[in-house]
Design a protein around this ligand. Structure first.
Ligand SMILES: [Zn+2]
Length: 109
């Protein structure tokens, strides 16, 4: 989904440039290029937001699974923890992204 949005964003930029060039007059070229970049930026921003939402949804899922299965939860103290490289809070080693700040890359524990 995020990849699709980035492709659409890229196409919007390219489309704006092409439409501007085909129209052939300076104001339309400028408008087409600017419009294309603005539309592209919106799609790229949307893709970034979705990236973060995915991390948040994953964290919520982990939390609700822990609540449903207390014996296997991350709050019982037997789960290995590591520190998030970005916000330095403790995160379960099973996490692929930080539930606090959505940071995705961890140093190996
Ligand atoms: Zn973090």
């Amino acid at each position: 989904m995020q990849t699709l949005l980035r492709v659409i964003g890229g196409l919007s930029i390219a489309g704006g440039v092409v439409i501007g060039l085909m129209a052939g007059s300076a104001p339309v070229i400028i408008g087409g290029v600017a419009g294309g970049f603005i539309a592209g930026a919106v799609y790229f921003a949307l893709a970034t937001v979705l990236d973060n939402q995915e991390a948040m949804a994953y964290a919520v899922k982990q939390l609700s699974m822990s609540a449903a299965n207390p014996g296997a939860g991350r709050f019982v103290g037997n789960a290995a923890q590591k520190k998030c490289a970005k916000c330095e809070r403790d995160v379960d080693v099973d996490y692929k992204s930080c539930p606090h700040c959505a940071h995705r890359i961890f140093a190996q524990a």
